[in-house]
Design a protein around this ligand. Structure first.
Ligand SMILES: [Zn+2]
Length: 256
């Protein structure tokens, strides 16, 4: 899920915790699993000056970056952190780790081809969910709608009904963060989405332009292509337009 949504879930769960420290620990825990991704993005964007398509379509999937992300998304490691905080009787530490664990439990069922290795170091297995929190090919639009409504509802609830001012302020800050995140995404990624969403036309000599999404899942559009008429709605990041020439017979066989 998107980071502000994790904050909203955490706020709802821990709304009865009192004190400013508790609100900060809760927020830090909700952000912690996504923090390495912000470091990665900031580094690539600001230091290396890499373009968006390379950042998300290629570099994101490199082994060393994946390991960096996945260590912070490990359920066993987070449980270990909780145990340590419990033994040392660190209230805020326990709250931070609990909030981070909640983040991981929310992420587990909504990642498709960007799934994390949530059980490192015990296993490298990834749960590839049929639902993605963003990919329209895997119910992403429905989930985004659900996430958007849920985040606003949870923050509004804590703001109005919360007993402790720090939690209420944190809920207001989350809404503000959410609004900025949506604005940022609209500016950065919407033009690319619109570009990628234009349907591709078949021309007379049966030369087909198709958009290949080359993340580590490989060239998956070909299988999608077989399903129906060309309707490419790829929102993933590394988008290339490739002209491929198919035989006329093949084109006729896949066009009903
Ligand atoms: Zn996450």
């Amino acid at each position: 899920m998107n980071t502000p949504a994790h904050l909203a879930v955490g706020l709802l769960m821990y709304r009865n915790e009192h004190g400013r420290g508790a609100a900060v620990a809760l927020a830090a825990g909700a952000i912690l699993p996504d923090a390495p991704m912000f470091v990665f993005y900031g580094w690539q964007k600001l230091v290396e000056g890499t373009v968006e398509t390379d950042i998300w379509g290629h570099l994101y999937f490199e082994d060393h970056w994946q390991l960096f992300f996945d260590v912070f998304n490990s359920i066993p490691l987070m449980l270990l952190l909780m145990l340590i905080c419990r033994l040392l009787d660190l209230r805020w530490g326990l709250l931070l780790a609990g909030s981070a664990l909640l983040h991981l439990c929310c992420d587990l069922p909504v990642h498709h081809d960007d799934a994390h290795r949530h059980f490192l170091p015990l296993t490298h297995w990834r749960f590839v969910s049929p639902v993605s929190y963003w990919d329209p090919d895997h119910h992403g639009l429905w989930f985004m709608l659900f996430e958007f409504t849920g985040t606003i509802a949870a923050c509004a609830y804590v703001m109005w009904k919360g007993e402790h001012p720090p939690m209420r302020w944190m809920a207001a800050a989350t809404l503000l963060l959410y609004a900025s995140a949506i604005t940022f995404a609209a500016i950065m990624w919407l033009p690319q989405l619109v570009k990628a969403a234009r349907p591709v036309e078949l021309n007379a000599n049966s030369s087909i332009a198709f958009i290949a999404n080359t993340n580590r899942a490989g060239f998956k559009p070909l299988s999608d292509f077989n399903k129906s008429k060309p309707d490419f709605r790829f929102v993933n990041t590394n988008i290339h337009v490739i002209n491929v020439r198919f035989s006329k017979k093949y084109v006729e066989s896949i066009m009903d």
